[in-house]
Design a protein around this ligand. Structure first.
Ligand code: FES
Length: 105
């Protein structure tokens, strides 16, 4: 039997936790995989609390809210922003999605 071991620096670690500062009762916790190949660090999973009373329920809108209001360091790719080109395809919760515009929370 072949035994494979992943490199130690491939283990996903617990990342930062960004707590909601609005006091909203309608909070969603969003986990985002973060990895910077220019740094010699393990990937991590950051958690963001998002006030859903002031955000639409589409994934792209939630990501924009996180980037604009909570953590400007997140990066994602999009182009048309209308669900046409497929530039914003993502893997979310283990499923592949053609675009973030079609994905409701
Ligand atoms: S940016 Fe074009 S489909 Fe999302």
């Amino acid at each position: 039997m072949v035994q494979l071991n992943l490199p130690a620096n491939s283990k996903v670690e617990k990342g930062q936790y960004y707590k909601d500062k609005t006091g909203s009762k309608n909070i969603r916790k969003i986990n985002i995989y973060r990895w910077d190949p220019s740094k010699n660090e393990n990937p991590r999973l950051d958690t963001y609390e998002v006030d859903m009373d002031n955000c639409s329920s589409k994934v792209l809108d939630v990501l924009n809210k996180i980037k604009n209001e909570i953590d400007p360091s997140i990066a994602y790719r999009r182009s048309c922003a209308h669900g046409v080109c497929g530039s914003c395809a993502m893997n979310m919760n283990g499923k592949k999605w053609f675009s973030m515009h079609e994905v409701p929370f």
